[in-house]
Design a protein around this ligand. Structure first.
Ligand code: DQA
Length: 137
């Protein structure tokens, strides 16, 4: 089982960015913990602040990956291109958000990804990524 964790813009700042909302943990440390815990799965991590790079990664993930765990961050709410890429590929995509986007500003309630995602996990902090891994069992 090979899974791609794909993070979008500003998620490289986890730990220092708005810790009240996103927590104090940094993603690289958390990812290493996930790799230790889920040794039976091959976990790959990629983060980009660039919309097109996220689209290219989704297209590439269609070859060789069993699933994608996608937190497209702010692009979730704006990117028709990322939504189209999720629709275009066969590999199932689980959408994750650290915060509960539905309890925040109205503009965060819209997702271009959700209609074509296998499922959506929001509001559980970094644990949401782990729940997404478990959803691929
Ligand atoms: C986020 C929620 C988005 O609205 C926001 O733009 C992010 C992070 C989350 O994980 O809670 O950057 O995707």
């Amino acid at each position: 089982m090979k899974l791609l964790i794909l993070n979008g813009p500003n998620l490289n700042l986890l730990g220092s960015r708005e810790p009240d909302i996103y927590g104090k943990g940094n993603f690289e440390d958390f990812f290493r913990e996930l790799q230790q815990k889920y040794k039976d799965r091959e976990l790959v991590y990629f983060q980009s602040n660039i919309e097109g790079e996220i689209i290219t990664k989704l297209q590439e993930a269609d070859q060789g990956f069993d699933g994608v765990i996608l937190n497209a961050a702010a692009y979730t709410h704006t990117s028709v291109g990322i939504g189209d890429a999720v629709k275009a590929i066969q590999t199932p995509v689980v959408e994750v958000h650290i915060s509960n986007i539905h309890s925040r500003e109205d503009f965060r309630h819209k997702s271009f990804i959700a209609p074509n995602a296998k499922g959506v996990i929001v509001g559980f902090g970094l644990q949401g990524y782990e729940l997404a891994i478990q959803s691929f069992l």
